[in-house]
Design a binder for this molecule. Sequence first.
Ligand SMILES: [Fe+2]
Ligand SMILES: [Fe+2]
Length: 202
Amino acid sequence: MSMNYTVGKPWSKKDLLDYLNHHLKESRVRHILGVAQAAKELSKLYGIDPDKVERAALYHDILKDKDKIWLVSYMRQHGEEPGEGLLAWKTLHAPAGSIFAKEVGGERDEETLNAIRYHTTGRPGMSLAEKIIFVSDYIEEGRDFDGVEQLRTLARKDLDQAVLASLLSSISYLKKRNDHVMTQSLEAVAYYTEVTERKDAK
Ligand SMILES: [Fe+2]
Ligand SMILES: [Fe+2]
């Protein structure tokens, strides 16, 4: 870790961009900036502070290039047991990134930290900022998969439905690869299925 970063004082947007540009590969930074852009747009649309959500976006994949051993030991050093995450270590950059944002970036806002922490698995009852980060990760301009345009439209119309659609698409991707699906994601599917069905019934 470079010594230019002061622990304790929260990182500014400039600090964050400097860190990303120096530590992450270019394609990763491009994705992160795409998520930040999408998240800012959704924040304005849904009426929450775009700067706060942008910070969560800039942090969300900050440890995505780290390997399993690094992530596990980083979490344990900070008193967190990865648990089920050991079966799906690619999800660990999310909780580890949240620890990093707090410990290194000096980020204090709980909602921002949770948006980073749950951006990969999702969870039941996500806050607006968490949902925006979760969905923006799928719809940022660099994404190109079947149905991405519909998902972009859906995100602007009904965020809960967009969360559910994103969850289902990522779970079907994991299942195709025989990868472990985290319990939290399955619980999130159950939760957002109910939320969206309840809305439909109105
Ligand atoms: Fe991620
Ligand atoms: Fe991402």
